[in-house]
Design a binder for this molecule. Structure first.
Ligand code: ATP
Ligand code: SKM
Ligand code: MG
Length: 176
């Protein structure tokens, strides 16, 4: 089962669990896992904070779109995308047309808890991260929904449990 499943692309806000769930899902499916944030970092030879500082968000987004275009053409991978990848209409088209898109939908409270200690997200290095997450959610939630084939609420579900639920959804998707 699931041998024929195309690539799976995870979208959602910072702290939704795309990297965590994506890695576990890839292991379960015996697929290669790629994280677009890590891919951009490895292609650039610098971390995301450095790219934002030197090239601005626009520089990062251009690199991200090149990465999403390339990675969505790979066969049968599991891809965790950056939280802002859906801001680009090109990225949304690449994702929607080239695989199964899963929106991990985490409420802002959960995003806050999960991102509080980690300083690697430049957009949240402000005195008011909650307001930023709320503003981003308002703008991006419709875009995540637009691009998604499957929507999964995340919050109080353990990662392993999430992956089991997702495998279930993917199996019924494959059967279509
Ligand atoms: N279902 C879950 N239950 C509890 N903790 C979780 C869950 N999913 C992720 N986490 C934790 O939340 C934090 C953020 O998760 P992760 O890095 O996977 O999010 P992300 O969606 O990839 O974020 P970003 O868009 O910033 O890359 C990590 O510390 C991870 O261990
Ligand atoms: O939500 C966002 O815009 C971002 C999320 C992260 O995954 C990184 O792609 C970067 O920190 C920007
Ligand atoms: Mg991530």
């Amino acid at each position: 089962m699931l041998e024929e499943l195309p690539s799976v692309f995870l979208v959602g806000p910072m702290g939704a669990g795309k990297t965590t769930i994506g890695r576990l899902l890839a292991k379960q499916l015996g697929r290669t896992f790629v994280d677009s944030d890590w891919y951009v970092e490895s292609q650039t030879g610098a971390d995301i904070a450095w790219i934002f500082a030197k090239e601005g968000e626009a520089g990062f987004r251009a690199r991200e779109t090149r990465a999403i275009d390339e990675l969505t053409q790979r066969q049968q991978i599991v891809l965790a995308t950056g939280g802002g990848a859906v801001m680009s209409a090109d990225n949304r088209r690449f994702l929607r047309q080239r695989g199964i898109v899963v929106y991990l939908n985490a409420p802002v409270d959960v995003q806050m808890t999960r991102t509080a200690k980690d300083k690697s997200r430049p957009l949240l290095q402000q005195p008011n991260p909650r307001e930023i997450l709320e503003d981003l959610y308002r703008v991006r939630d419709p875009l995540y929904r637009e691009v998604a084939h499957i929507i999964m609420p995340t919050g109080h579900t353990y990662p392993r449990h999430m992956v089991n639920q997702l495998l279930h959804h993917l199996a019924s998707f494959e059967a279509l």
